[in-house]
Design a protein around this ligand. Structure first.
Ligand SMILES: [Zn+2]
Length: 302
């Protein structure tokens, strides 16, 4: 697999190794991101100067008060060197369609189990938190993941009959972000609640002809739809092509990189995909964006 091309355009491996040359340097960066205005000493009751304690991931105030920058982060209980973690984040943020745990295992030289766990934690950094409401024109659609359905019409029927198929709902703002939710069913209430939570009441929503969407105007939404069952895919500005592009990329990613994604991990995969999509215009800053999440994201209990 070739990572070199993507890396050259962004944050290079050379700059990465210079900046994060060892674990102390990585810890120092985590300290800075967690305490951008300096760390507060509970004993001295002021923002104090802290010094790194030798051989432990701990900082100490002159009064003897200790703080651990890793507490509450995805690195909290790790025995894997921080530099490996950072390199894993570097790989994840510098590839277009994702990295598998197998690749992480090979690139970092840890066990598959460790690579897989690291990957799970890193994905938490990619989960959209408080991204705000989607506005303007928003396309909404669902897709079934898993199975072999050839087209949507059949997917709907099979979705009812074959319980093993998982459903993702996507909401994409034209020219903006995508949100994706792994949903238990395509019922009206799940739909209405998700739309209220994620889409501005002033937005213009575009969908296909599925029944539940036809209720949207009752909830105050401006709604247009195309009738896929009549082979109508676009009527001027009315179409769902953006969300359909998202689906096809997402599915290609699943088959190409991960082979399969089980129901349990579908949401975390969708989060990873959405993270890449939502920061597609900041490819060069992807690592930093991911890094910035360290302070605000809690570790996953595994
Ligand atoms: Zn102190």
């Amino acid at each position: 697999m070739c990572y070199t091309e993507a890396m050259n355009k962004t944050f290079s491996l050379k700059s990465f190794l210079e900046k994060y040359s060892n674990d102390e340097a990585c810890l120092e960066e985590i300290f800075k991101i967690k305490y951008p205005k300096g760390a507060f000493c509970l004993k001295c009751n002021i923002i104090s100067k802290f010094y790194k304690v030798t051989k432990r991931p701990v900082y100490q105030c002159v009064c003897g008060f200790n703080i651990s920058p890793l507490a509450g982060t995805i690195f909290e209980k790790t025995t894997t060197p921080l530099q490996y973690w950072f390199y894993a984040m570097f790989l994840v943020s510098n590839t277009r369609s994702g990295v598998s745990a197998k690749t992480l295992q090979r690139e970092i030289g840890v066990t598959y189990k460790t690579a897989w766990r690291m990957f799970r934690q890193i994905r938490i950094l990619m989960a959209e938190s408080g991204g705000g409401l989607l506005e303007g024109v928003v396309e909404v659609d669902e897709t079934f993941v898993g199975g072999k359905a050839k087209n949507r019409k059949n997917e709907w029927r099979q979705g009812v009959e074959e319980k093993q198929k998982e459903i993702l709902r996507g909401m994409v703002e034209r020219g903006g972000k995508v949100y994706m939710k792994h949903i238990p069913n395509t019922g009206k209430w799940t739909l209405i609640n998700q739309i209220k939570e994620n889409i501005s009441p002033d937005a213009r929503i575009m969908t296909d002809e599925y029944m539940a969407y036809k209720k949207l105007p009752e909830y105050g939404y401006q709604h247009d739809f195309v009738t896929h069952s009549h082979n109508e895919y676009a009527r001027g500005q009315i179409h769902t092509q953006n969300i359909e592009n998202v689906w096809s990329h997402l599915k290609r990613g699943i088959t190409g990189v991960y082979r399969i994604v089980s129901a349990k991990y579908l949401q975390s995969y969708a989060d990873e995909f959405a993270f890449r999509y939502n920061h597609r215009k900041n490819q060069a800053q992807m690592f930093e964006i991911l890094f910035d999440q360290i302070a605000s994201t809690r570790a996953l209990k595994t």
